[in-house]
Design a protein around this ligand. Sequence first.
Ligand code: NAP
Ligand code: HSE
Length: 430
Amino acid sequence: MNTAPLRIAVAGLGTVGGGVLKALQTRGGELAERAGRRLDVVAVSAREREKPRAADISGIAWVDDPSALASADADVVVELMGGEDGAALALIEAALSSNKHVVTANKALLARHGARLAALAERSGLALKFEAAAAGGIPIVKALRESLIAHGINSVCGILNGTCNFILTEMEKTGRGFADVLKDAQALGYAEADPALDIGGGDTAHKLALLSSLAFGTVPDLEHMHVEGIAAIMPEDIRYAREFGFRIKLLGVARRVGAGIEQRVRPAMVRAGTPLGEASGAFNAVAVDAGEAGPFFFEGRGAGAGPTASAVIADLVDIALGSFEPAFGKPAHTLTPLVPAPATDASSAFYLRFNVLDIPGVVAEIAGHLADAGVSIESMLQRGRNPGEAVSIVMITHDTPQASVTRALKAIARSDKVLGSPGVIPMELG
Ligand code: NAP
Ligand code: HSE
């Protein structure tokens, strides 16, 4: 057994990097006992040397150029800078080419380059580990890679973005506006450097691509994925969801459909009181259907320094123990291209909100277009108004194909009594 200290070089000292250094400094003794050797940070890099950091870096070698860490006297390079290309990719490639293990939290980079980097790591018997890249502190990568392997996975469905879940929860709880709550998420270290990635669903897509690869043994694939974010969700949608006993969640879903895989990211109404509906704030939650092993539900903090550092350190301890599998659970050359599920006409119930002029005949007109398209209404409500103001009409449909809803909405959009774009959110009733 190797008892020499594991020498670690860290690129990026922001939310995650700062959290990792702090935890290694405060819990170093206990971690060394678990790892059977010390975990020593020997070199660090970030953009600004003088910036205050969450941990003391005074005794650690500093390099200005992060790619120089690939030639540092280290066993592992930890990439925590972010960005799908650029400095992060250059460092990871250089580190693997220089015989160094790599740990990263960078889902954007791995969703695009993961299979190739995994092959590069395997050629030299090196680890490429990324527990922190999906669902923060939840050990879902390890669970899919090493634990839930006996019977195959049918589906993975989760709340994978802490920023969006925090925003939706705070808006519901406090009635505060979107932009205001986003600022809090940024201050708490939840959001990406470019928060459009969170809001637009891109970050969830990156994580879903990784979980899908681990679950189904496919190359991470962003091309065959429907991606919608939460930007079109209005405060009134959140209020109406509550009235109907639902919560709006941004869900990433990957599932087997016939011989193919369906991957989609979109907001959905989830019943309050269910485990997924109750995962709130920056928490993430992942439901896995593991075939004969049954359903599993994981929940925990999905973003921020503490949970993410926890996942990075778990990877480092595995490396210290010499315990590492191929990055995606199978040798990289055996990962297959993802075969997308045929574009079937998925059915669900839908929440529909229309802003309309409060004049006679408007409800009948909307209901008529829905009926013509074969969309049946389960319940409906209309809120009062101040004289002269538009009113909201909210409808929950019975189970209906998406194409029928789309057809009805096209006809409704031509009405001069309906104002602006409707709110349209599928309902997860399972
Ligand atoms: P962050 O707070 O913005 O920190 C980024 C760090 O990288 C900073 O220390 C920055 O230096 C440094 N950096 C960025 N570009 C650099 C470059 N070109 N050269 C040298 N240093 C550079 O970001 P973060 O939230 O810690 O996220 C880091 C990574 O973890 C990202 O891939 C992110 O997607 C992922 N992640 C984040 C979370 C989370 O909750 N925040 C969770 C899971 C995964 P300065 O400090 O000097 O500016
Ligand atoms: N921006 C990401 C989130 C960080 O909000 O979930 C964790 O991956």
